[in-house]
Design a protein around this ligand. Structure first.
Ligand SMILES: [Fe+2]
Ligand SMILES: [Fe+2]
Length: 195
């Protein structure tokens, strides 16, 4: 079996390539705008909370892999992503108990799906994903106006709803880090009576 560091490196190359591919429904910079921030926050939280960094890194790298691989998979990318992650990691003879932990984190990373998170690593991935949305809120605008082609008001509502949904999934430690950005976004985009 390749070393865990080698596997993380190989997985990183696979996901990066998928982001850069023409088949990617999102723009190629989703790698820099989303995957890298998710991995960075996940690693930071794993360190802070003494979680398994290896599981967290692999799950963070693979969590949206299905979405960037095939447009048809966007709606169920947590399910397909968990399956694909299993297939990739099996190829590298990664231990099956660890594969299950990576798959569980991917399966439960979405705030919109009511799947129970049973591990600290899964909680960390969900938080890191949400933190990336809050820290890189411009990519949510790209999603709203450029990808989904929403009208101005619809787009604002979409972004604000996504921001609030993201905040709901945060662990207390993650909230502490991202709170100023969250407050600033809500202050800017919440519709208030003109005074
Ligand atoms: Fe996702
Ligand atoms: Fe994500």
């Amino acid at each position: 079996m390749p070393s865990p560091t080698d596997i993380i490196f190989k997985v990183e190359q696979i996901v990066k390539k998928a982001c850069r591919s023409k088949a990617n429904y999102f723009k190629a910079s989703v790698w820099e705008d989303h995957f890298i921030p998710v991995v960075t926050y996940a690693r930071k939280l794993a360190h802070k909370l003494k979680a398994d960094e290896e599981i967290v890194m692999l799950a963070a790298l693979l969590h949206d892999y299905a979405s960037v691989t095939n447009k048809e998979w966007v709606e169920k990318h947590h399910l397909v992503g968990a399956r694909l992650a299993g297939e990739i990691l099996e190829k590298y003879h990664y231990p099956s108990d660890k594969i299950e932990r990576v798959k569980h984190a991917i399966l439960t990373h979405r705030g919109s799906q009511k799947l129970k998170r049973k591990t600290l690593e899964a909680e960390i991935l969900a938080s890191a994903d949400a933190m990336a949305h809050l820290a890189h809120v411009h990519s949510l605008f790209h999603l709203a106006y450029s990808i989904k082609k929403l009208e101005t008001e619809e787009g604002r509502e979409f972004v604000l709803a996504k921001v609030k949904q993201s905040y709901q999934k945060l662990l207390p430690e993650a909230r502490k880090i991202i709170q100023p950005k969250y407050d600033a976004i809500v202050e800017l985009f919440e519709k208030k009576a003109l005074g």
